[in-house]
Design a protein around this ligand. Sequence first.
Ligand code: GDP
Length: 305
Amino acid sequence: MKVTLLSGGTGTPKLLQGFMQLLPQEEIAVVVNTAEDTWLPHGYLSPDIDTVLYTLAGLVNEETWYGLRGDTFATHEQLRRLGFDEFMNIGDLDRATHIMRGELLRQGLTLEQVTRRLCEAFGIKASVLPMTNQELRSVIVTSQGEMDLHEFLIKHRAEPDVLGVRFEGRAEACEASVAAIKEADFVVIGPSNPVTSIMPILSMKEIRASLERRRESVVAVSPIVGNMPVSGPADKFLRAFGVEPTPRGVACLYRDVAAHMVVDESEAELHADGVEVHRTGILMRTPGDKRRLAEFLIKLMKHRH
Ligand code: GDP
């Protein structure tokens, strides 16, 4: 069985850990958001790809959902002592990934090729695919000016009002991502931030068109339980996007690309036109929770392709 997940860097990687308990990695592909990628002085940061890589390698820091478990911060601390304000907390081992990626990109490899090299280096057998090999950036329009997501989340602690989100740049889908969507038995839009993680992926024309063509075998998992995201500020972004921050709002946002939506068992009866709504526990706290949700999705979607 082949499954392809669309992923950001927190909610979907948890679900990925569920699928990893049930399927060989060779049967899993992950199409990853790259709208938060950025050049840093030491290399190229691709935060969601890094989290997906570290998750598949069994190394991710599950307290923060970025970086490697048990990493040290000697370089970060020394930079601060030297008077260089590195506002992101980048670990020593994590930094090595960025250095390698930056160097290979400078040598002319595509992000997809670099990611494949990193997969080999980490012994990862799943396909990890950037949504695009080109540049597309999220710009967060806030009450305190425009900023990127890192600045919004870290420097400004997600406090400013969000007035809008725009994607800057012209990018085409990475062909391998489109192929992974076409070839999978079913596709999962993971419980990631709909605006900052999933919308950039869906803004790739070829990806959206491929999903639209097979929407009966596409299922989305809600990142919202009740009226609240499980973590992070997805509600602020949804409101700024003109979408109600509820499972129903998310189901409507994905209606053209996903015929199925999985919401939490605690939700009252809900109806979203043209979308089949399914209920189960979608909070993933333990390895067992993750496995159960992945199992539910496999059973639900097995015969729908
Ligand atoms: P980011 O790239 O770090 O912003 O991470 P994502 O976009 O992948 O994930 C953020 C979203 O994950 C938030 O909107 C959370 O509500 C959602 N999330 C986190 N943990 C869980 C969980 O256990 N279950 C569900 N359903 N959603 C979750």
